[in-house]
Design a protein around this ligand. Structure first.
Ligand SMILES: CC(C)(COP(=O)(O)OP(=O)(O)OC[C@H]1O[C@@H](n2cnc3c(N)ncnc32)[C@H](O)[C@@H]1OP(=O)(O)O)[C@@H](O)C(=O)NCCC(=O)NCCS
Length: 361
């Protein structure tokens, strides 16, 4: 049966500020829809996650208010809508997503959901709205951001953002490294990086972060919000301390996920200067996610990016011999990072757009 926007109900998953846990059944439905949408758009299951693994990311969080609604048509959950309101001091931002099963696209449900997004942002006085979406590869006209790096198809997803007043600011590349292939190249790169980084040593740990590294890791995590290429997207400067590191780590460890952090330590001062994170869920035969990687500005030019990435992967292959590949995301204009990834053997598989709209106050 066909439905129109009028038939859709947006059911809150979490009542913000109440601290009430979301209903388990609804949460599982939200994750089911999330995984299906990602499979439909990407053509693979590497982004899939279980409700237990995602659940800690929806616990009450002092760093943001998280709104989630389920889109329900005829009693069936067909999509999810999320709005995050960061609580960094002076933040003007809201981040959002609307993810609908393909079978209900083109009925006005996305547009009705978008009204909820803007209302929520306005309620919190937020004027800078940002959102990311992956576009399936397609032939035909493309749209490029003002950076001039990368492009995405001018498809229904792109039309949706443009129709709602958004500008494409950045293109991100999703890449995959085959962990079953030879590691000879990675070993060679690691040896070269070690030569170029003689004043540094590699240190590694699993979340939760040991006490001796908490302060250094917190500082590097805070620099992710200021030092990664952002084009004209806006990110609040994030304040990280030992408590926030503990909350961050618990989001992974609570559900039996493994996070390996590989860092470069400046030998003379003991300062942590670069890091890389690799994550996998309890099923070690699935894909690995590469999360943050950063070299502090003052320590760039010593091959520390290559050092932490290659050293991390060498350890990872021993720890997780059954994980078939690693996924990573990088801004298309982040040439230094892409150079490292390409040299290691990562190949691009998909592109996503970073979109922004500034509301009049
Ligand atoms: C992008 C997305 C949210 C759009 O949702 P949607 O419900 O299909 O959006 P709408 O129905 O409001 O608009 C889509 C099209 O339907 C048309 N339409 C709008 N109302 C309609 C209605 N009542 N009946 C029929 N068509 C309608 C629109 O004009 C639009 O046409 P176009 O694509 O040719 O430009 C959806 O495709 C999706 O979930 N994609 C995967 C996840 C994603 O990329 N999300 C992006 C934000 S994170």
């Amino acid at each position: 049966m066909t439905s129109t926007a009028l038939d859709v109900e947006f059911r809150p998953l979490i009542a913000p500020g109440t601290g009430d846990p979301p209903d388990e059944g609804d949460f599982a439905e939200m994750v089911r829809v999330r995984n299906t949408v990602y499979r439909e758009v990407s053509g693979h299951d590497d982004e899939s996650i279980t409700p237990a693994e995602l659940r800690p990311h929806y616990d009450p969080d002092p760093d943001q208010i998280r709104y989630v609604w389920l889109a329900v048509v005829d009693g069936e959950v067909v999509g999810r809508i999320g709005v995050d309101i960061p609580l960094a001091k002076g933040s003007r931002s809201a981040f959002w997503l609307i993810e609908l099963l393909r079978e209900v696209w083109g009925r006005g449900i996305g547009t009705a959901a978008y009204a909820l997004v803007e209302d929520t942002a306005r309620t919190h006085g937020r004027t800078v709205l940002q959102s990311w979406a992956m576009n399936p590869a397609a032939d035909g006209p493309m749209l490029a951001p003002p950076t001039g790096f990368g492009s995405i198809p001018h498809d229904n997803i792109t039309r949706f953002y443009l129709r709602h007043g958004y500008t494409l600011e950045q293109v991100d590349r999703s890449s995959i490294l085959d962990l079953t292939a030879s590691f000879d190249g990675i070993e060679r790169l690691l040896a070269q990086a070690k030569d170029a980084a003689s004043g540094y040593r590699v240190v590694q740990w699993h979340a939760p972060t040991p006490a001796e590294y908490r302060e250094g890791y917190a500082w590097m995590k805070s620099r992710m919000s200021t030092d990664a290429p952002a084009a004209a997207l806006e990110f609040d400067e994030e304040a990280w301390d030992a408590d926030r590191v503990a909350r961050h780590d618990a989001k992974y460890t609570a559900a039996g996920r493994t996070m390996l952090v590989t860092a470069a330590q400046h030998i003379a001062t003991g300062e942590l200067c670069a890091f890389n994170e690799l994550v996998i869920g309890p099923d070690h035969s699935l894909a690995t996610q590469q999360e943050d990687t950063l070299v502090l500005k003052e320590h760039r030019g010593h091959r520390l990016g290559t050092l932490v990435k290659c050293a991390g992967l060498m350890t990872w292959r021993e720890l997780m011999p059954d994980s078939p590949r690693v996924l990573t995301y990088n801004a298309e204009e982040n040439r230094p990072m892409l150079d490292i990834n390409e040299a290691m053997g990562f190949v691009p598989v998909a592109y996503e757009g970073g979109w922004k709209k500034v509301l009049s106050a």
